[in-house]
Design a protein around this ligand. Structure first.
Ligand SMILES: CC(C)(COP(=O)(O)OP(=O)(O)OC[C@H]1O[C@@H](n2cnc3c(N)ncnc32)[C@H](O)[C@@H]1OP(=O)(O)O)[C@@H](O)C(=O)NCCC(=O)NCCS
Length: 186
């Protein structure tokens, strides 16, 4: 199993992978749109015998009350159903989060299953006084290497607008249009 940066050739396998992992086209189109708009800060794949079996993406978040803080969002993370519970997701999170640190980010936020992310050092974000527009309660979590940075944050931490657009589609059970070419995404 190899964890590596995505290449152009991975775009289609990543799409197929998220469609299978999430049983919905929303996440894969979100990744395509973020990529086309150069908003992927990090995008790693897990490859096994030439096949993409996992993918993790990171994009930027902004806290208007502390806009000097460098904040990242982990989403989406997907593992091929045939490869789940074999440590692939763990490897992607660990490599991806340490890559965010190397890039100079202060914290990584995620909306996900607490049973899963707490294993990797993520903590509930609400006690730090930060929210996001999607809510999430205990599913809204943060990881920071130096938690003093979180004391400077307050109020809402904003996702890239593409997340808001896709959340609206999910709420209305709309199927996002499957783009034919990258320029359709711009
Ligand atoms: C959630 C997901 C990414 C986990 O990936 P994975 O490669 O199966 O996870 P790992 O094998 O690295 O699991 C690590 C640990 O978490 C546990 N775990 C795995 N999936 C879990 C889940 N959904 N809930 C709680 N614990 C989970 C494993 O049992 C393992 O525990 P252990 O270390 O005590 O043995 C994968 O199941 C997936 O793609 N699911 C569908 C898409 C999705 O929900 N993505 C998450 C978006 S936030």
């Amino acid at each position: 199993m190899e964890i590596r940066e995505e290449t152009l050739a991975d775009a289609k396998p990543i799409r197929v992978l998220h469609d299978a992992a999430f049983d919905s086209p929303l996440e894969s189109v979100l990744v395509d749109v973020l990529r086309a708009r150069h908003k992927l800060l990090g995008s790693l794949v897990a490859e096994d015998e030439g096949r993409v079996v996992g993918h993790i993406a990171f994009s930027q978040m902004v806290c208007p009350a502390a806009d000097e803080a460098r904040l990242a969002c982990l989403a989406p993370l997907g593992v091929d159903p045939a490869y789940q519970r074999r440590g692939v997701g763990s490897m992607l999170i660990q490599r991806g989060v340490s890559e965010m640190r190397e890039l100079g980010f202060d914290a990584v936020f995620v909306l996900g299953d607490p049973m899963y992310y707490l294993k990797f050092g993520f903590k509930p974000a609400e006690p730090f006084g930060v929210t996001n527009r999607f809510g999430g309660g205990e599913a809204w979590m943060v990881f920071a290497w130096d938690e003093s940075v979180l004391d400077k944050l307050s109020g809402e931490v904003a996702y890239e607008p593409e997340f808001v657009m896709f959340d609206g589609m999910a709420a209305e059970e709309e199927k996002p249009p499957r783009p034919e070419s990258p320029k359709d995404l711009l």
